[in-house]
Design a protein around this ligand. Sequence first.
Ligand SMILES: C[S@@+](CC[C@H](N)C(=O)[O-])C[C@H]1O[C@@H](n2cnc3c(N)ncnc32)[C@H](O)[C@@H]1O
Length: 310
Amino acid sequence: MNYRHISVMPNEAVAFLDCKPGKIIADCTLGGSGHSSAILEKIPGGVLIGIDQDIAAIDHAKNVLNSTSAELRLFHGNFIDLAAYLSEMNLAGVDGILMDLGLSLYQLEASGRGFSFQRDEPLDMRMNAEGDDLSAEDIVNTESEEELARIFKEYGEERYARRIAKSIVIIRKQTRICSSLRLAHIVSDVVPKKGVSRIHPATRTFMALRIAVNKELERLDAFMAQVSGLLNPGGRLCVISFHSLEDRIVKHGLKALAKTCICPSDFPICVCRQQAKMRILTPKAQKPSEAEISANSMARSAKLRAAEKI
Ligand SMILES: C[S@@+](CC[C@H](N)C(=O)[O-])C[C@H]1O[C@@H](n2cnc3c(N)ncnc32)[C@H](O)[C@@H]1O
């Protein structure tokens, strides 16, 4: 298998995770194992837990990750099940959690699952093709016009969401929409062509559908709600996100975890019951360097946020 991915902000991620010998680190989004390779080198005597919902990433990791000095445990599944994986390993918590969200280049270019509007592939878009999530084909051919418009508007911030949803519903009455290229043509036909737009007319629709299929925002939100319970004291969380909806969830999740006691200083005891669980290490999201962006254009929208469990 030709698994291609270029890791984003690898040095920054490893530094924020404070990888040291003996530490237990969970890479919740293995992808091409780039970040994991860098982490493994820094944690001799420690444990690297690698999770990905795409079996291709797990198979690739088995081929490329080898360490004699640290223990490697791989799990094919969703990062929201990290607590269950830890209890399977009899671990109370981890010292670091990395999440590098979104798609790998392999998924976009070579998985054959219809993530790209430039390829003629089955309209699947499930990162876990063996899981229970509905495929993009199911969603496009069965959801109501209102729900499709909501998905395109909310997850893709698509201006022409209603128009696209309407056209899909008319066309699917004649024949089922089964391929990525067919959907791309349907969208391109109804989105006005304005001057020289920098992005393909189907970009936002495809991103929205992928987010809906994989329940990306709900799962990230659910993970943020449990993350402090998964970390050992002093443990670090590092999240790299690629669009504003993800970044907002991470930013607000961390803010909620970092809220401190607001009782007046002359109160004998705390009555607000608000104790900070995490300390934010990145008051502002970190961005890749210009040099990284010019070497890897996929990095241009990346934002990294990190925090430490108190
Ligand atoms: C951007 S890639 C990660 C690249 C990786 N850090 C590297 O250096 O090669 C994102 C990966 O996360 C996986 N992924 C996304 N959401 C996930 C989730 N909720 N649970 C598990 N894996 C997930 C995807 O399948 C994909 O392989």
